[in-house]
Design a protein around this ligand. Structure first.
Ligand code: 6PG
Length: 468
């Protein structure tokens, strides 16, 4: 009898099975197409305790009770299909763990449906890509605590290990785990786009080669910007395409794809009324990139007149580093704010400082700055967007001239900067006492009698604007 079952042997599933087995657990594996299972057993499994099964019944029967089955299948219908197939063979008290990027509302539904049948269910965010799954991912399980306790030991062992402990915690009730993973991806989109915008200035304004950009990114990675995304970016810059003898990054089509997690983050943020402009615009930037044909045609029809500016290379590089730090901070700020609001609205009961801790290793947005963010939130748990702190304000105000300079410079060169601009605008909005929303309220009242409130007296008012 094996201790853990795993269904879905795409690369993430394969690597997670290997990781679990290498921590001393016996694993049963199953995949819809048997060829994949055979291939995995032949090519990847060596002396790990992993046993293949070729039908659902014998797979389930191979597991110790209460059974613990991890699903690593594509989000959406495939998850429901696998659950359907499993159900006839499961007993009350068995546990299913969905380790895919499932939409959190699907996870909530599945938890409820299965609870009625006596089956426990965890929605678990798994971050870190293929390498993370094999060597230690960041794990974000959510559901009932009872369900978490059943697999707590194995999860803590297979997760990435950091100075502050394993990158796994009980995230919270219901779909909290998948919600947090979704927002992780929203932040991931924003940071990736911010790095890309900075890269655009380095190549188009400073006219640096990928190798020169790699040197700058590597230097930043040894400093405050130290992070997985910075590290892979300098490695990407150095990679040469052997066939053409050119840098591969220069040969890749500029159309950024997306599977939906970033968009879901924006959608729910809009529903919850929490401002996440940098996360939203990172999604928009990917959408804009997809209109390559239109962009090529329109670019031919306009004449861009570049200003005569003295380029101070050292200043620009320093300001880019600061602007990126500013944008990374504000992207985390926006993401945490959404998580905090969702935690209240959906009663997830999420500890933000724990979320920051488990993002410190294994995951795609792991970064040095997370320690700083965690210090800020530890000082004041109510500071859910991190802004309400002397440390945070001086961190951002120290960098504000840099991001102002960079976004203006980008405009001089006709370079779009959806995320850097929105990071600055987010902060400017948050530190502005009087926004022009008074005019919006007046306009709403003018055309729709939507009413407004006043700063000089209590109450709800409406004005017959044209009568005056
Ligand atoms: C992770 C990643 C992972 C995946 C993204 C890619 O944390 O390991 O986020 O889950 O790479 O979902 O998303 P897009 O295809 O939407 O860029």
């Amino acid at each position: 009898m094996n201790e853990i079952g795993l269904i879905g042997l795409a690369v993430m599933g394969q690597n997670l099975a290997l990781n679990i087995a290498r921590k001393g657990y016996s694993v049963s594996v199953f995949n819809r197409t048997p060829e994949k299972t055979q291939e995995f057993m032949q090519n990847k499994v060596k002396d790990e305790q992993i046993k293949p099964y070729y039908d659902t019944k014998s797979f389930v029967e191979s597991l110790k009770r209460p059974r613990k089955i991890i699903l690593m299948v594509k989000a959406g219908k495939p998850v429901d299909d696998v659950i359907e197939e499993l159900l006839p063979y499961l007993d009350k008290g068995d546990l299913i763990i969905d380790g895919g990027n499932s939409y959190f509302k699907d996870t909530s539904r599945r938890i409820k449906e299965l609870e009625e049948k006596g089956i426990l269910y965890l929605g678990m965010g798994v971050s870190g890509g293929e390498a993370g799954a094999l060597h230690g991912p960041s794990l974000m399980p959510g559901g009932t605590y009872e369900a978490y306790e059943m697999v707590k030991d194995v999860l803590l062992k297979i997760a990435a290990q950091t100075e502050s402990g394993p990158c796994c915690t009980y995230v919270g009730n219901d779909s909290a785990g998948h919600f947090v993973k979704m927002v992780h991806n929203g932040i991931e989109y924003a940071i990736m786009q911010a790095i890309a915008e900075v890269y655009d200035v380095l190549r188009k304004v400073l006219k640096l080669s990928p190798e020169e950009i790699a040197e700058i990114f590597e230097k930043w990675n040894n400093n405050d910007l130290n992070s997985f995304l910075m590290e892979i970016s300098y490695k990407i810059m150095r990679y040469k395409d052997e066939e053409r003898g050119k840098y591969l990054v220069d040969l890749i089509l500029d159309e950024a794809e997306q599977k939906g997690t970033g968009k879901w983050t924006s959608q729910i943020s809009l529903d919850l009324g929490i401002p996440t402009p940098s996360l939203n615009l990172a999604v928009e930037a990917r959408s804009l990139s997809f209109f390559k044909e239109e962009r090529v045609q329109l670019a031919k029809r306009v004449t861009k007149i570049y200003p005569e500016i003295d380029i101070d290379k050292e200043k620009i590089i320093k300001d880019l580093e600061n602007a990126l730090l500013f944008s990374v901070f504000t992207s985390f700020s926006q993401g945490l704010w959404v998580i905090s609001e969702a935690s209240k609205v959906f009663e997830y009961n999420i500890d933000l400082s724990e979320v920051l801790r488990i993002w410190k290793g294994g995951c795609i947005i792991r970064a040095e700055i997370l320690d700083f963010l965690r210090d800020i939130i530890k000082e004041n748990k109510e500071n859910v967007n991190l802004l309400n702190s002397e440390k945070a304000l001086s961190f951002l105000m120290d960098k504000i001239d840099s991001i102002k300079y960079i976004t203006n410079l980008a405009k001089d060169f006709y370079l779009p900067m959806l995320v850097l601009n929105s990071s600055l605008d987010y902060f400017l909005s948050m530190i502005e006492e009087n926004l022009p929303a008074n005019l919006i309220q007046a306009q709403r009242d003018f055309f729709g009698a939507h009413t407004y409130r006043r700063i000089d007296k209590e109450g709800i008012f409406h004005t017959e604007w044209e009568a005056n």
